[in-house]
Design a protein around this ligand. Structure first.
Ligand code: NAP
Length: 239
């Protein structure tokens, strides 16, 4: 759908009774004024990736960040509330993850970003008691040993720039869990370094699978087979 046709496309889908659909770049934010209702988490995030027809009205949801949270909980060894979290990046993916972590009870989530003002804008909508501080990348690198969960949401390290890494792990605790939401390559330079230092690692596949599974659940009320989904995604990505 071309951006100038977005409103007409939504009217058309509603007219023929389409029960739900996914939304992706470049429409995730621009679609919001054309929907009838926005779920509260999606409103905080400021972006939509899933739309569902409810009582004749299109309702906008965002399952990206909740998909991340579902995936990371599978690998965390203690509760989310007990983690001291660092999100690297402050773009669209970081917004989804930040507000979903807050909704799921995270008590301390800091941001490190190249452009500090973007990090400050990201946390400005926070209404919970969660503690959040915005750092430069260099500042975060110095205090990295404080974090138990480190999440890269920048595109640094993504194909074809596979020899780049968003931050130095020199001061990281070996017991940390390091997540990189990139899935091409399946193991980024950051994740290789983290694994070499003894950290647990997670790539972008669990988030990708779970955001889709949550959308499917919203539309159908059924829990899909996420293990089968994971295998199919890995096959398609050549992993
Ligand atoms: P975005 O909105 O464009 O944000 C990009 C972020 O990366 C910003 O914080 C930006 O910093 C930072 N950045 C980019 N290039 C940089 C550089 N050279 N040096 C320092 N910082 C840099 O992008 P997005 O939509 O959030 O997506 C980010 C990544 O997440 C992509 O790789 C995407 O594929 C991945 N992703 C994965 C999933 C999944 O399901 N696994 C879902 C969504 C996205 P500034 O603020 O300073 O510009």
């Amino acid at each position: 759908v071309r951006p100038e046709d977005l409103q007409d496309a939504i009217k058309g889908m509603k007219a023929i009774g389409i029960q739900g659909f996914n939304v992706t770049i470049p429409h995730k934010t621009d679609i919001m004024p054309f929907l009838d209702k926005i779920d509260s988490l999606a409103a905080e995030i400021g972006a939509i990736n899933t739309v569902k027809l409810e009582g004749g009205e299109y309702v906008g949801y965002n399952t990206d960040g909740l998909g991340f949270v579902k995936g990371i909980k599978e690998q965390l060894q203690s509760s989310l509330a007990d983690q001291k979290v660092l999100i690297v990046g402050a773009g669209g993916a970081a917004r989804g993850i930040y507000y979903s972590l807050l909704q799921e009870g995270a008590r301390h989530v800091d941001i490190a970003n190249r452009t500090i003002s973007k990090g400050e804008q990201l946390i400005a909508g926070k209404t919970s008691e969660t503690k959040s501080v915005v750092f430069s990348i260099a500042e975060a690198e110095k205090i990295l040993s404080e974090y138990t969960l480190i999440i890269n949401t920048t595109s640094i390290g993504m194909h074809p720039n596979i020899n780049e890494s968003p931050l130095s792990l020199k001061n990281m605790k070996p017991l940390a869990l390091v997540s990189d939401i990139i899935y091409n390559p399946l193991q980024t330079k950051l994740l290789k370094e983290a694994a070499n230092k003894g950290a647990l690692i997670q790539n972008g596949i669990p988030m990708f699978v779970h955001q889709g599974a949550l959308a499917f659940q919203l539309w159908t009320g059924k829990q899909p087979d996420t293990e089968r989904m994971r295998k199919i995604v890995l096959t398609k990505l050549g992993g």
